[in-house]
Design a protein around this ligand. Sequence first.
Ligand SMILES: *Cc1c(COP(=O)(O)O)cnc(C)c1O
Length: 362
Amino acid sequence: MRPARALIDLDALRHNYRLAREVSGARALAVVKADAYGHGAVRCAQALAELADGFAVACIEEALELRAAGIRAPILLLEGFFEADELALIAEHELWCVVHSAWQLEAIEHARLARPLQVWLKLDSGMHRVGFHPADYRAAHQRLLACTQVAKVVLMSHFARADEPDCPRTAEQLALFMAAREGLAAEISLCNSPAVLGWSQLLPPHSTDWVRPGIMLYGASPFAQPQALAERLRPVMTLESKIISVRELPAGEPVGYGARFVSEWPTRVGVVAMGYADGYPRHATSGTPVAVDGRLTRLIGRVSMDMLTVDLTDLPQAGLGSRVELWGAQVPASAVASAADTIPYQLFCNLKRVPRSYTQTR
Ligand SMILES: *Cc1c(COP(=O)(O)O)cnc(C)c1O
């Protein structure tokens, strides 16, 4: 059997969820969209089921997968519905529904539903992607309250730059949100992972009822630089494989496609069963960290579809069959991501072909 696999530590997932709640002092919807960022939505939701206040996903298809697996907790659809005829299923399965656009509001007003909905009304406080303009927010809120099809409205917005610790934009977005919701008696929800970890002090106490952590649940830091609270996260995924071939090259020999690496001195090269078809980033540069038998070394040469090459020159004890960690406890996914000019979110979401196995102590 090919040795490439992703180990998912469900205890670490629960630890990170608890940290999100502790730091924010709020209830937390565990964001498990995109198959729990590549970690397996059903298994992750089941592992959090006793603990979590609810879940959040991108679309009804993802929510129904969780319901079919027996998840009874609240599930928020982060973009609401894409077509009005989803509303009947949303009501039937008691899903919570973001409303970010006027057409959605109208569809709810015209719907006849078996049960009233819980709606999360989104303000565009500066992300400029979806959400109501501040000038239209109150009116939208009033119209929802006037609907017999609506049982409850939560007010929400989303930060664009919360991962930048010194950026004033987050405080500006917060001020805009607070002004728009002035006088509206409703629960609110603002924070994604970087906001939970980096901006909880900025938020007035008890000003946020619900947080929406995603990447932090999986143990990757949303920040480019070290951050105190992010240090307390435990990585959930270990992407690992083995050395399947070793060769000794003299100085001046190229390795892999395009000869992107040429040995400067006698070099011992290990070939690892892992490639971009597994989701390992093809753009990772020579020097990207990797651990072999628990010792750090570096990627060399171009990543190919099914294999990649690592430098074993300083690891004489490593060889055929040695365990290789591509990311996990020793090699932070964010370090690999920055070496490949991307973010850990994308690394996790790109994972494919690699079988996942799950560990937990209870
Ligand atoms: C994906 C998403 C989140 C989670 O973001 P992270 O940065 O992964 O914590 C929160 N809120 C909304 C609206 C989202 O789409």
